[in-house]
Design a binder for this molecule. Structure first.
Ligand code: NAD
Length: 477
């Protein structure tokens, strides 16, 4: 049985209710979390406020950095334990789960070093004045985390907020809480004052909504689906609470005929099969210049056929999807695409050891997907790659920008001038040239345009969002 973690204390929900934790590899429950309510959120917010007004808020920037550095080291020490928890909870192959734990440590390391480098400016103003800006923490920040990369998203969101001096109330996704509860315990062990990091688990429309509505929350960082992002922003707007939204994507990889195709193939494959395609920045569309369309599809098809899907602990190319409803959704989108005439180039294989009760989906490569088709427009959040051909650079830009999203884009070409033209013309928060970083880059500011969200996390840029700027004007004559 797992408890909330409030004021450095394992705490049952006042509701007396729990939710089952399901292993996606076999569909079986193996643990329970608290099904918390608005009162639990209120208690966590109160604990965070006390930390902010007390021992945590009184620490200097360098002391905050030292604590974050200790937490980073502790996470590295506990990599296997944390990876094991997230593997079972989310169905992640071993390599992915370990990479996520390592990335969590790296976020804390990065933000540990950033704490005492965050400062304001002095501004030349009228004679007789000295004017400066101070970067101050918001106070108590709320963090709503999705299930696809709990540790990584906690690292980038909570890591940045702590570095800036905030105290945090975290609502993990109901499907993926275990690793984050443990990280909060580790933070207490290395000396974070009580109330600095609080974890409250439960359902989105209950406890997530309660967090968004709580007037003690001074800033909300939400990572999740565009629909819920809209709800959060509406709720926050009623009390003018600032919000960072990290939402979905339908990210294109644009392959020109002069690209190094040996380099292209493994990266395009990884960008869609990583975490079974359940990645906001998955490269879920591949746009290929007409003259190399058929030969590249053939190569990609061969690679897809070799991909193997199975239980997380087998550490194959893909594990299961997170839950049964996600499996049904992905299958429904595929059925609809096929019924409307979209062709399949290739599929991967499900291994015989995969239990029927697990939530598996083989990777699928689709071809000639019309740009307006749902499968080319909507986030599938599964291992489905939609291929389409383009005629020239203008056409490539038009197709790449033709969705409601704009999170990450990849461009593959050896033509240097075209690399820069494309990077400028793509409406996207990140553009990779001759590579692709689905989810990677602790140092790189990350976030979207259009329905992919607004605000930036990761890198130093995130610290600006986790602070508010105060201008202090001193008249001294
Ligand atoms: P989701 O929106 O269903 O849930 C995200 C979180 O919001 C969960 O913790 C959930 O409990 C909570 N929630 C749900 N309803 C809520 C409500 N009414 N009020 C408050 N909180 C609520 O998303 P998901 O299915 O967990 O994650 C998948 C989505 O997240 C995809 O769209 C994906 O692209 C997106 N995502 C984006 C990024 C990014 O950085 N841009 C990263 C990872 C995932």
């Amino acid at each position: 049985m797992q408890f909330n973690f409030i004021a450095n204390t394992p705490t049952p929900s006042g509701s007396g209710l729990t939710l089952d934790v399901i292993d996606p590899s076999d569909g079986q429950p193996f643990d329970q979390i608290q099904r918390s309510n608005a009162l639990d959120i209120a208690n966590a917010v109160e604990a965070a406020r006390q930390a902010f007004n007390g021992p945590w808020g009184r620490l200097s920037a360098v002391e905050r950095g030292r604590l974050l550095r200790k937490l980073s080291d502790k996470v590295l020490e506990c990599t296997e334990e944390l990876a094991g928890l997230e593997q079972r909870d989310c169905g992640k192959p071993t390599k992915q789960a370990r990479a996520d734990a390592t990335a969590l440590a790296r976020y804390f390391e990065f933000y540990a070093g950033a704490c005492d480098k965050l400062h304001g400016d002095t501004i030349p103003y009228q004679n007789g004045y000295s004017v400066m800006t101070w970067r101050e923490p918001h106070g108590v920040t709320g963090h709503i985390i999705p299930w696809n990369y709990p540790m990584q998203i906690f690292g980038r969101s909570v890591g940045g907020a702590l570095a800036a001096g905030n105290a945090c109330v975290v609502k993990p996704a109901e499907d993926a809480c275990l690793s984050l509860i443990r990280v909060a315990q580790l933070a207490a062990e290395v000396g974070f004052p009580a109330g600095t990091i609080n974890i409250v688990t439960g359902l989105g429309h209950e406890v997530g909504d309660a967090l968004a509505r709580n007037t003690g929350i001074d800033h909300i960082s939400f990572t999740g689906s565009p629909n819920v992002g809209t709800l959060i922003q509406q709720v926050a707007a009623a009390r003018h609470c600032p919000v960072t939204l990290e939402l979905g994507g339908k990210s294109p990889q644009v392959i020109f005929a002069d690209a190094d195709l040996d380099a292209v193939v493994p990266v395009v494959i990884n960008a869609i099969v990583q975490n079974a395609g359940q990645t906001c920045s998955a490269g879920s569309r591949v746009l290929i210049e007409q003259s190399i369309y058929e030969p590249l599809l053939e190569r990609l098809g061969l690679a897809f056929k070799a991909l193997r899907v199975g239980p997380a602990t087998m550490d194959l190319d893909l594990g299961p999807l997170i839950r049964a409803s996600q499996q049904v959704r992905v299958q429904g989108l595929l059925d609809e695409a096929r019924a409307s005439g979209v062709g399949t180039v290739a599929e991967g294989q499900l291994v015989s050891q995969a239990p029927d009760s697990g939530f598996y989906q083989v990777p699928v490569l689709l071809r000639d997907v019309p740009v307006a088709h749902r499968i080319a427009q909507e986030e599938v959040f599964g291992p489905v790659l939609a291929a389409m051909a383009f005629d020239n650079e203008d056409h490539a830009v038009e197709l790449a920008n033709a969705t409601q999203f704009g999170l990450v884009a990849g461009v593959w070409t050896r033509d240097g001038a075209r690399q820069f033209r494309m990077a400028r013309r793509l409406r996207s928060g990140q553009v990779f040239i001759n590579n692709y970083g689905a989810g990677g880059g602790v140092e790189l500011p990350f976030g979207g345009v259009k329905s992919s969200g607004h605000g930036r996390e990761k890198g130093f840029e995130a610290l600006l969002g986790f602070t508010t700027l105060k201008t202090v004007a001193v008249f001294h004559g």
